[in-house]
Ligand binder design. Sequence first.
Ligand SMILES: Nc1ncnc2c1ncn2[C@@H]1O[C@H](COP(=O)(O)OP(=O)(O)OP(=O)(O)O)[C@@H](O)[C@H]1O
Ligand SMILES: [Mg+2]
Length: 268
Amino acid sequence: MGLPHEESSHMAKPQTRSDDLTLIRAERLSAGYGSNLAIRDIDLEIRRGEVVALFGPNGAGKTTTLLTLGGELRAATGRVVWNNSGKWEPLHRRARQGFAFVPEDGAVFGGLTAHQNLMVARRAERDSAMHVFPELRDLLHRRGGLLSGGEQRMLAVGRAIGGPTRLLVADELSLGLAPRTVGVILKAIRAAAERGLGALIVEQHVHRALGFVDRVYVMQRGRITLDMTAAEARKNIDEIQAQYLTAEAPAGITANGNNVEPTEGGGA
Ligand SMILES: Nc1ncnc2c1ncn2[C@@H]1O[C@H](COP(=O)(O)OP(=O)(O)OP(=O)(O)O)[C@@H](O)[C@H]1O
Ligand SMILES: [Mg+2]
């Protein structure tokens, strides 16, 4: 079958086809915490109008990748090109340029009502967030912290894609959510992509996500080991699950590149 063996599967080809459709690009990007690199030599690209999934076992470096793309972490080597610039900028600057980051916890402020949470967004974003998820209309006066996980996530994603967002980067999109809610959110992101949004989503429900995305990156131990279309991934789903998404080294890699031994467990 078509999947490369892991040893030879460093398929992160330098993506040189960038043009005006490219929203963000990582070039040989390495980053981490202190002297520990959690991601190494990442090449990836998100273009206007496409939804891309980032899969990988626990500890693979997915969150670290998103944080570095967003400017929350600085590159150790390599760079992130956003808005035609390879210069590092913090997330709040990127946000003003249309970069929406939805972290794992949904970034809903617990002390605020849903209405106040939406007020944090601009009026136009608020209206379109409720247009994206009509369910939000009924929740407007409840405290954000009293919203269910799914409602909070809808609020965060709705706020993000309701506005003038060009790129949505969302971590663990469906963590703890009912399948129906996951479907609603993925569908909304898909619809926004038809209007030109680019999206990079970390998603644990691989099967479900493959119905909504255009391309897939798989990470293992800090590296991208698969880079393929969703159609290819759907054809090889069982092998991808077995070979790429089941076990992972728990503690990442050290700066000198030594992998720690993988252990059982994890799994996306
Ligand atoms: N704040 C931190 N300080 C030190 N090391 C960290 C920190 N956050 C993550 N790491 C380490 O970096 C590596 C990659 O972690 P990361 O959170 O990016 O993985 P992930 O793919 O998002 O995993 P999960 O699926 O569990 O969310 C792991 O080895 C992790 O232990
Ligand atoms: Mg994570």
